[in-house]
Each structure stands twice: as structure tokens, then as C-alpha cells.
Design a protein around this ligand. Structure first.
Ligand code: SF4
Length: 390
């Protein structure tokens, strides 16, 4: 593996207010210390970001760029957001796992957490790595002030499948289980016990594979005290499909997935930007099933595509977030109708900026905000666009 030390000009990025972020992402600020991720997941959506480094997605797991000056730049940028009174949850490591093994040497994520603590800045970490427990002391301090959320991904309890699709995610030295991915639930348990806002990410949900274990995964997460579940079905690009096919082919047990996925994705799936995902009907069935399991075991479910299934309790670091489709859906049902001025007024209760408000106006008026969403209908009343419960 090649480690390349670099110096960054900026660490915090503000995401674009596109269709996807307006509907589903409760954050806009992200910080990535590492570019590239040695976990080597074959379904990684971020591998293509290596083009920005003038490199190849095939090298995403073999060539890690380390922004050595990340803490000093991060602190300056955080201070600017503070001055402008624009503190909102910042996701650390959204395009490379911030707790990949290289973190053990550099400890840059830890430094960012210390800065968040110093400035009372809320943060969220999504990881597959048990190394997060190395920083349990600072995480506990952040949790005492409700400034941190952690999401961990669990998609299958089958060790053979895990080795195929996530070959290089390290095992835990803190919590052990014969089931590799169950160690992540045990890690979330440790974090929940010290008051961290925890999320189980069933992302991506692998059709025909996650089906086998999803009930046990949700039950175990509920018993571990995890706060909410988030689920999204696998999305496939040409690059990802070539890699998946290669690993499926190498396994006697999983090679039968190739024709099943070809049918599910290439014959009956739908386009989502540059990727293909399962049909709306399949997605609906999946959200319904996962939400029913969450209800059965008493754990919240943060539904994105079908807000009627939502039972999530949004708290902790996500108090300072951006509103999403789910919020406007709820508001429409609570008020019986939603006008643009109500939506804008509602958004002002969150730490949103001007860019967000103008995007909200655009997506509200062109109908994209609720497009294809159950239970809401667009009408025009006195020349004004209004949404009402359907
Ligand atoms: S952990 Fe995340 S960023 Fe890293 S390879 Fe896997 S999917 Fe990609």
C-alpha cells in the first residue's frame, strides 16, 4: 500500500443542494482527512472519487492520501462557521472510512474530535472499523454534551460473504464475536452505553443475502441499545458490477447471485443518477419489511423513501441538522397542507444557509421534493403550489 502525505488547502466541504441531498441528507458539512480507503469494499460508491486525485478507482484501496495538516485547517474553518452562527452537524469521513488502519499512526480523526469538543461542534461518524473504540475517551466527552453520533454498517452475518465484499476491514480487539460483522453491533453497544447517539446502517442491503440475517441483525441491534436503523438497497454502477461479479464468481456459494442480480437490477431496476437500484416496488417492500422488524424489536427506523414507515427518534448531534423530505412530509400531514412560505419558515428553525433556502424554493415549486412519495399530493390553489395529504 502506498501512503501519500499531502497538505490540504481546505478540509470542510459544503455539499451541493441537489435532489438527493434535499430529500435525504440531514447534513451539508463534511470533512475527509484521508482520500482512499484500505478497507477495500467491492461495492464502494466512493472509489470513483479517486479521479479527483488524478488517480484510478482501482487504486482507491491501495493508495491513501493523508492530509497531514487537517487539524489546523479544520479548526480555522470550524471557527468561521461559529462566527457566522452556522453550526450544523459535520460528517467526518463520508467518502473514506476515517477509522481505517492508517488512523492508528496519524491519529488525525482523534484531533478533529478534540477540536469539535473544544468548539462545541456536533459531528457524526460513519464507520465499519472497530478502531473507533481507541478514541472512546474523547467520544464519551462529546456524548456528554450530545455532540456525537456514530453509525456502523452491518449487511450480513455470513463470514464468507463479508470476506468477499469487505475483505480488509479489521477485526476488533475490544469486542469479539465468531460473526465478523456482529462485532460492529457490539461496538455500537459500547458506544450506546456511554450515551452516544447510535445508528445501525443496513447499507447497502444486499438482495437475497441480507434477507437471510436482517431479522437477527435488527434484533441484536435493538438488544444492544442502538438508537435507530437506516437502510438503503445496494446501488450498482458499471464499475461496481464488474467487481461484484468477479467476487461472486469466485465463490461456489454466491455465484448464483449473478443471474439474480442481473434480473433484479438490469431488467427491473431503475436509474438513480449514474447508478442502478432496485425498482420502486422492491424498495417499498424492503422499507416496509425493515420498518416492521424495527417495530417488532422496539428500535427506531429512519425511513427516507417512504416517510410513512418512519419511527426514528432524531436527537443528539442531529439536533443541529438540515431538514429533509421526511420533515416536510410530516409537516404536510400535521398542518393538512404545506405552502412554500410554511416550508421556508419551518426550515429557518434549523441552521440552514441561503443556498439551502433557494434550493428548497426550487424543489418545492418544481415538485421534485415530493416526487413519487406516498401520501402527498400537489395542487395549485389561487395560483400557488400547495401540498396536501393524499
Ligand atoms: S469502508 Fe466505506 S469508504 Fe472504505 S472501502 Fe468500504 S465503502 Fe468504501
Amino acid at each position: 500500500m502506498k501512503i501519500v502525505e499531502t497538505r490540504a488547502k481546505s478540509i470542510i466541504s459544503r455539499m451541493r443542494d441537489g435532489f438527493f441531498s434535499m430529500r435525504y441528507l440531514p447534513f451539508r458539512l463534511t470533512a475527509n482527512i484521508y482520500r482512499g480507503c484500505s478497507h477495500g469494499c467491492v461495492y464502494c460508491y466512493a472509489a470513483c472519487t479517486h479521479y479527483y486525485m488524478r488517480s484510478s478507482p482501482n487504486l482507491f484501496s491501495k493508495e491513501i492520501y493523508v492530509k497531514k495538516n487537517a487539524p489546523e485547517i479544520f479548526e480555522k474553518e470550524i471557527a468561521k462557521y461559529e462566527q457566522r452562527k452556522r453550526k450544523s452537524v459535520i460528517v467526518i469521513g463520508n467518502i473514506s472510512d476515517t477509522y481505517q488502519p492508517v488512523e492508528t499512526n496519524y491519529r488525525l480523526t482523534r484531533k478533529l474530535l478534540e477540536i469539535c469538543y473544544k468548539h462545541d461542534f456536533p459531528c457524526f461518524i460513519e464507520t465499519k472499523s472497530p478502531l473507533i473504540l481507541n478514541d472512546i475517551d474523547i467520544i464519551e466527552k462529546l456524548a456528554e454534551r450530545e455532540l456525537i453520533g456514530v453509525g456502523m454498517t452491518v449487511t450480513s452475518y455470513d463470514n464468507e460473504f463479508t470476506r468477499l465484499v469487505e475483505p480488509l476491514v479489521p477485526r476488533s480487539k475490544f469486542v469479539r464475536s465468531p460473526i465478523r460483522q456482529k462485532e460492529r453491533i457490539l461496538t455500537l453497544q459500547r458506544l450506546s452505553e456511554i450515551g452516544v447517539d447510535t445508528y445501525l446502517h443496513i447499507t447497502p442491503y444486499f438482495p437475497f443475502v441480507t434477507d437471510e440475517d436482517v431479522e437477527r441483525i435488527i434484533r441484536d441491534a435493538a438488544e444492544a441499545g442502538v438508537g435507530n436503523v437506516i437502510m438503503a438497497p445496494l446501488e450498482i454502477s458499471g464499475f461496481i458490477w464488474n467487481r461484484l461479479k468477479k467476487v461472486f464468481k469466485s465463490s461456489e456459494r454466491y455465484s448464483s447471485l449473478i443471474p439474480l442480480y442481473e434480473k433484479r437490477y438490469f431488467e427491473s431496476g431503475r436509474k438513480l443518477g449514474a447508478r442502478i437500484t432496485t425498482s420502486e416496488k422492491e424498495h417499498y417492500k424492503l422499507e416496509k419489511k425493515v420498518s416492521e422488524l424495527c417495530k417488532k424489536y422496539g428500535i427506531g427506523y429512519w425511513a427516507f423513501n417512504n416517510p410513512q414507515f418512519n419511527t426514528a427518534v432524531i436527537s443528539g448531534a442531529y439536533r443541529l441538522r438540515y431538514p429533509i423530505l421526511l420533515d416536510y412530509w410530516k409537516l404536510t400531514h400535521e398542518k393538512g397542507r404545506l405552502r412554500l412560505k410554511d416550508a421556508l419558515q419551518f426550515a429557518m428553525n434549523f441552521p440552514v444557509d441561503k443556498k439551502y433556502l433557494s434550493a428548497l424554493q426550487e424543489y418545492f415549486l418544481n415538485g421534485e421534493l415530493f416526487k413519487g412519495v406516498y401520501g402527498v399530493r400537489k395542487i395549485v390553489e389561487n395560483c400557488e403550489v400547495v401540498y396536501v395529504p393524499a
